[in-house]
Design a protein around this ligand. Structure first.
Ligand SMILES: [Zn+2]
Length: 82
């Protein structure tokens, strides 16, 4: 590979805007899967704290699998109304 080719490759490389990890070109929001998850989790956390909602409502509101909501709530103890 010539130097120009390497340079072109560097230019076209996409990295996560949060952690700087290389990500596929196809990712449209500029975040790697891990950071995207984390960002979503922060939103869920705020939403759960501000609203008296069920896990089902959270899943529906954010369009995420119920299993994931369930996992987060139990894993991180979101101050959820038990
Ligand atoms: Zn990242």
């Amino acid at each position: 590979m010539s130097k120009v080719d390497i340079f072109r490759q560097e230019l076209s490389r996409k990295v996560c805007r949060n952690c700087g990890k290389p990500i596929p070109q196809s990712r449209i929001n500029g975040l790697c899967a891990q950071c995207e998850d984390l960002e979503l989790f922060q939103k869920v956390k705020v939403y759960v704290n501000e609203n008296n909602v069920t896990e089902e409502e959270v899943a529906e509101h954010f369009n995420i699998p119920l299993r994931k909501v369930h996992q987060w709530i139990h894993q991180y103890d979101l101050g959820y109304n038990k």
